[in-house]
Write a protein that binds this ligand. Structure first.
Ligand code: KG4
Ligand code: ZN
Length: 355
């Protein structure tokens, strides 16, 4: 099964071709980071317009790089949500129109399922079941993953996500958008233990997170150190100490809760996904901690931690394979919660099968 994946949920246009027999054939990404930098965050309307400009040339490039053709595709996967509505519409519109023209199925993919399963693109890849730590700009969650589509939420953030905390704290320290990588870089020049920040919810006894207090603690600490002046006026060395302590606090909490999730489920594999999964301190710490307890940790390649088309193409291929396997099957739901129903969009006109 050969699937084209299109990701346009936020500020990256990602396109890839994934083949379920041979793996990832090609991928490409256009990042809008430079365009949004002056605004200190993503401007939705600019994001949508840029996706419109980039997506078709990227599809042409990736199909050529994969040494395939549109005619050889079995399906087209696109990020259906969550994300910015206008940005999502670009990918959804292009994918659906192209699939209709090619008479192949278009499949809408949940962005977070893409992140969650992205370690399956790496080698060696984890086997189900595993615990997944999903740490992105909008989410900090722990899941028990039994198989494709079988996700049990074990813990969630009560307020800010880990990536959001990185971004807000970085802004406070006068670092450019996106804050996570910039803060991690500054932390490398910090002295461990020079300042002290709390480890929120470390001993809460559950698998939930809370990071908004940490950001406030950074503000208080930095203002005090700057004698009431704005934190960005602090000398670089002091800001580096704060950045390192902030990063360590987040890593301490993520490590402790991930290990507790392994204990709670009895699983021996931990999968880390999402943008914050690119953080080197987190990767190093989780690698050491899992080795110590005879477990294994899997990360996506750095390129597939943040948003990309490869994870969307992968999930599209897995979902289409599931749909095919169940072609002549039917099922009933003896217990079916009425409130779990959502309003379904008009069924796609594209056939579920390739002719
Ligand atoms: O998964 P992602 O690309 O987008 C979302 O779906 O949210 O994650 C982006 C988040 C941003 O908050 C960014 O600051 C953070 O991941 N991030 C990092 C690093 N690289 C990206 N945070 C800490 N350290 C990094 N090296
Ligand atoms: Zn993402």
């Amino acid at each position: 099964m050969r699937v084209l994946g299109i990701e346009t949920s936020c500020d990256e246009t990602g396109v890839a071709v994934y083949d379920s027999t041979t793996g990832l054939l090609a991928h490409a990404l256009h990042s809008q980071v430079a365009m949004h930098r002056d605004f200190g965050g993503v401007v939705p309307e600019l994001a949508s317009r840029d996706h419109v400009r980039r997506v078709i040339p990227l599809i042409r490039q990736v199909v050529a790089d994969a040494e395939t053709s549109l005619r050889e595709l079995d399906g087209i996967a696109y990020t259906q949500g969550p994300g910015l509505a206008g940005a999502l519409l670009v990918g959804a519109g292009v994918a659906t129109a192209l699939a209709y023209a090619l008479r192949i199925p278009a499949v809408g993919v949940h962005h977070l399922e893409g992140h969650l399963l992205s370690p399956l693109l790496a080698s060696p890849r984890p086997e189900f079941p595993f615990v997944a730590l999903l740490v992105s700009g909008g989410h900090s969650q722990l899941f028990d993953v039994a198989g494709v589509g079988e996700y049990r939420l074990l813990g969630d953030t009560l307020d800010d996500a880990a990536g959001e905390a990185f971004d807000k704290t970085a802004k406070l320290l006068g670092l450019p958008y996106p804050g996570g990588p910039a803060l991690a870089q500054l932390a490398q020049q910090g002295t461990a233990g020079a300042v002290r920040l709390p480890r929120p919810m470390l001993r809460s006894g559950d698998l939930d997170f809370s990071f908004s207090g940490l950001k406030t603690a950074v503000l208080t600490l930095a203002r005090k150190a700057a004698g009431g002046a704005p934190p960005e006026t602090l000398p670089a060395a002091r800001r580096a100490d704060i950045a390192l302590e902030f990063e360590s606090a987040i890593v301490d909490v993520l490590e402790a809760k991930s290990l507790a999730a392994l204990d709670a489920t009895g699983h021996r594999q931990l999968v880390v996904a999402g943008g914050v999964g690119a953080n080197r301190a987190l990767r190093g710490r989780l690698a050491a901690a899992t080795v110590r307890r005879g477990a294994q940790v899997y990360f996506p390649d750095l390129a597939f931690c943040t948003d990309n088309g490869a994870m969307i193409a992968l999930v599209g291929a897995l979902r289409l394979a599931q749909a095919r396997a169940g072609d002549n099957a039917f099922s009933v739901r003896p217990r079916w919660d009425l409130s779990s129903l959502t309003s379904l969009p008009v069924p796609p006109e594209t056939p579920v099968h390739c002719a």
